[in-house]
Ligand binder design. Structure first.
Ligand SMILES: C/C(=C\CNc1ncnc2c1ncn2[C@@H]1O[C@H](COP(=O)(O)O)[C@@H](O)[C@H]1O)CO
Length: 229
């Protein structure tokens, strides 16, 4: 099935052409962004999530594969430990984590994002929000999570992971725990952080310790408990 590409709100906002039409609508875009923040805060405050863990991970994780099973297991174990689970609400690893959370009977949140090709929210989400702007959605992840787990993923996962890490490193937010699940997948990145970034003085040696890299979901969940409010 071929999907029709549409122009998204993010694209309009970031348009560099600065046409007359853009100038006329610029102020209205600010209102739209503001409305998105208000709706996000309203919905998530009303949801009373308690302690929640943000789970990042690939939209392309195959439903039939071991990584998907790992995502379900992670969502379930987080739920059994009393955490709500927040994901991007999409397919793949996000769906798996929402599914595990739903199995455990805890709140399963999907922060959906408008994309050029319609994806739809996964069916295991029970609290759904749809954002036009990636940056508004990121604020919701950070405000309503007390820790983060990253399953194997691509650019989107890296973006979310490094945004969280930067906020902890710069002490813009309190120290919340961050776990990378899957030593085979993440090991090379963490080696590179240590061998290149630390050696070149771009980060401090302790900055690498902001990440727990593990295959053990119980260890990851235990680590998340250090973020409880
Ligand atoms: C591109 C494809 C599906 C896109 N659907 C998404 N729905 C919701 N959230 C998404 C989607 N794609 C990326 N995200 C966010 O980024 C992370 C995953 O990105 P990655 O590049 O796949 O690692 C994820 O945590 C989401 O928050 C079909 O391939």
């Amino acid at each position: 099935m071929s999907l029709k590409r549409r122009v998204t709100a993010d694209e309009h906002l970031l348009d560099t052409a600065h046409s007359e039409e853009w100038k006329q609508k610029a102020a209205w875009r600010v209102m739209k962004i503001q409305a998105e923040f208000v709706e996000g805060f309203d919905t998530l405050e009303a949801a009373e999530l308690g302690d929640a863990i943000g789970v990042y991970g690939s939209a392309r994780t195959n439903v039939d594969g071991d990584e998907y099973k790992l995502g379900i297991e992670l969502g379930r174990k987080l739920g059994e430990a009393g955490f709500s689970v927040i994901t991007g609400g999409g397919p793949g690893a996000m769906e798996a984590a929402n599914r595990g959370a739903a199995d455990a009977g805890v709140k399963s949140v999907g922060l959906g994002i408008e994309l050029p090709f319609e994806q739809g929210i996964n069916p295991y989400v029970d609290i759904q929000l749809d954002f036009h702007y990636f940056f508004v959605r990121k604020v919701m992840f950070l405000k309503y999570s007390c820790g983060f787990c990253a399953l194997p993923g691509g650019y989107g996962t890296m973006d979310e992971l490094f945004e969280s890490l930067t906020l902890v490193q710069t002490e813009k937010v309190g120290k919340f725990p961050i776990a990378l699940i899957g030593t085979d997948f993440w090991g090379g990145l963490v080696d590179w952080l240590r061998d290149v970034m630390v050696r070149e003085g771009k980060i401090g040696p302790d900055d690498v310790n902001l990440l727990l890299v593990t295959d053990d979901l119980d260890e990851a969940v235990e680590h998340m408990k250090s973020g409880r409010k």
